[in-house]
Design a protein around this ligand. Structure first.
Ligand code: SD4
Length: 332
């Protein structure tokens, strides 16, 4: 699809005309200006919602929260919130976390029946003495704060699951293999990082996790340090892809520490990918996808992935952009 058609399809024709898709790193400093970046090009729409908050002098925290709520409510996004692909038992279970510039954190895991998992993660952060609440407890917290239970399984996600069931065998090994087979088309998990007018950083991450996962499985997305990490003095990072692999290397925290040691955002992401390749070996790593995005305290951003076709959406005063990530393994 042509870029313009894509934007029209996303209802974004009225947004500032984006620069052409850019390959790889972008070291142009956004200086004191606000900036928002997120995993995957369709999240250009989520960035626009976050940008609106930033332009109204809102905080990075409010911006990333508003941003991730966009795909959470979008039934067409089958990796996040409403319309997310279910687990192998047909239940949509959501994972999300949020982190602000002061190191405040909140996360929910395996949450059912509540579309805006990020809002419940924020409740955990702001209204409880805890940082992570799972399953039934997370639902209880949401209900106590006025959230209503909804059926999150759309007809098309139900159909996809029924189709998957035809070939799936329910042993864990087969499930993992199936997951890898299906994964190519299922990446739209949102990891979003923003820097506000005051120069503060925040991040949020939201997903329905891997399609057809085992019941109760939790990936990287709601794990602070793995799917998301923010250090206001240094920078922030987020991840997408096979969560098991991101957790293994505590991906986002690793990237922030690399930036602390002086690496630019893209090189920091590349270093995390390199660790994964070293751990897994080339052959196994080639069969996976993991993508990282990073934003430093100076407003520079970058991304890097294991395999090709990962993208990062950017919104700043310079306009709207999609960055095609460089990858460890080249295009086949
Ligand atoms: C997970 N990292 O649950 C998520 C999946 C993902 O786009 O990123 N999908 O493992």
């Amino acid at each position: 699809m042509e870029r313009r058609q894509f934007l029209q399809a996303m209802g974004l024709a009225a947004l500032p005309v984006p620069a052409a898709t850019v390959l790889g790193n972008n070291l142009e400093s956004e200086n004191s200006g606000p900036v928002v970046v997120s995993t995957w090009s369709p999240n250009i729409k989520a960035n626009a919602a976050a940008w609106k908050v930033l332009m109204a002098h809102g905080s990075a925290l409010d911006a990333v929260h508003a941003g991730v709520m966009v795909p959470e409510a979008d039934p067409k996004d089958q990796s996040v919130g409403y319309g997310g692909l279910p687990d192998r038992d047909g239940k949509v279970t959501l994972d999300s976390c949020i982190m602000d510039h002061k190191g405040n954190i909140g996360a929910v895991m395996a949450l059912e029946g509540i579309m805006h998992a990020s809002s419940v993660a924020r409740l955990v952060m702001e209204k409880t003495p805890h940082v992570q609440i799972v399953g039934a407890g997370a639902l209880q917290l949401a209900l106590e704060h006025g959230f209503k239970v909804e059926n999150l399984l759309t007809e098309s996600s139900k159909k996809a699951w029924e189709e998957w069931k035809k070939t799936s065998k329910y042993s864990p090994m087969t499930t993992v293999e199936n997951l890898l087979k299906y994964i190519e088309n299922q990446h739209d998990t949102i990891g979003m990082l923003a820097r506000d007018e005051a120069g503060n950083l925040s991040g949020a991450c939201s997903t329905s996790g891997m399609g057809y996962k085992m019941r109760g499985r939790v990936g990287d997305s709601p794990i602070i340090g793995a799917g998301l990490f923010v250090d206001n003095e240094v920078g922030a990072a987020s991840a997408t892809g096979v969560g098991e692999e991101v957790v293994r290397i505590v991906g986002s925290h690793t990237i922030v520490e690399m930036m602390r040691q002086g690496k630019n955002p893209e090189d920091a992401c590349k270093e995390a990918v390199a660790r994964l390749v070293k751990l897994k070996g080339e052959t196994a790593a080639k069969a996976l996808q993991v993508g990282f995005i990073a934003l430093n305290a100076q407003g520079q951003y970058g991304c890097f992935s294991l395999n090709p076709n990962f993208t990062m959406a950017v919104h700043s005063h310079q306009g709207v952009k999609v960055i095609q990530a460089k990858s460890w393994f080249p295009k086949k």
